[in-house]
Design a protein around this ligand. Structure first.
Ligand code: SF4
Ligand code: FES
Length: 241
């Protein structure tokens, strides 16, 4: 398969970025990131600078990969991370524009890689449960009702990728925060701090993310299908504090 690729190049967060055009023949069974690997091998063999992009597990579980492909964060398939997209999925679209997440709070480090440490600082603001760690406690010492365990588990599948921010017209991190709050606040161990939603939202605003105004694009784009009812849970907890 032959592709015309327009890839965002940017030396650092201050530099002016631009689209660089490449033509590449790739196997239909290549993953999207393997396609970029092949392009980088060619660039390196020509003595040119490789394209920088984020990745780690390549199995849809770490949240590192972060490409906007033809305007869609994580590409065209729903509930799928960039690393799980394949070039065969683009056989009817042989011209692709590949960009980094676009949000003020996610400054470009280089090319397609952005700095998502703002998410870490939101977690540090109260996105955790303050209990002693150490040896795993006996599983049944604190029973958790099955519906609550299921609700917490669904929210816990958020991998912190940031696609919800990238797709939101307000660049809001509300779905990410709502996932963490719904996860922790559904469990008895997470009941200790009732200021959690307010503290995390305050940190979100301080980091330069926008507020939620219910576009619900985040729900559509999320690779882990985190639902906006987590935002309803977040708002309910906010009103109860
Ligand atoms: S809510 Fe979904 S899109 Fe947002 S960070 Fe979590 S997994 Fe990614
Ligand atoms: S590289 Fe880990 S989710 Fe894509």
């Amino acid at each position: 398969m032959n592709f015309i690729l327009h890839i965002w190049r940017q030396a650092n967060s201050q530099a002016k970025g631009f689209f660089e055009k490449h033509e590449l023949e790739v196997e239909a069974e290549s993953s999207f990131l393997e396609m970029l690997d092949a392009l980088n091998e060619r660039l390196i063999s020509l003595g040119k600078e490789a394209i920088v992009f984020d990745h780690d597990c390549r199995e849809g579980i770490c949240g590192s990969c972060s490409l906007v492909i033809n305007g869609e964060p994580h590409g065209r398939h729903r509930a799928t991370t960039t690393c799980q997209q394949y070039m065969r999925d683009y056989q009817d679209q042989n011209e692709l524009w590949i960009e980094p997440w676009r949000a003020t709070a996610f400054p470009v480090i280089k090319d397609l890689m952005v700095d998502r440490s703002a998410f870490d600082r939101i977690i540090q603001a109260d996105g955790y449960i303050p209990v002693r760690t150490g040896a795993a406690p006996e599983a049944n010492t604190q029973p958790v009702a099955k519906p609550l365990a299921d609700k917490a588990f669904d929210a816990a599948t958020c991998i912190g990728c940031g696609a919800c921010v990238a797709v939101c017209p307000n660049a809001s991190a509300t779905l990410f925060i709502a996932a963490k709050v719904s996860h922790l606040s559904s469990l008895p161990q997470g009941q200790l701090d009732h200021k959690r939603p307010a503290k995390m939202l305050a940190r979100m605003e301080a980091e330069g993310f926008g507020s939620c105004s219910n576009y619900r694009e985040c729900e559509r784009i999320c690779p882990k299908q985190i639902r906006t009812d987590t935002i309803a849970t977040l708002n309910k907890l906010l009103s109860q504090r």
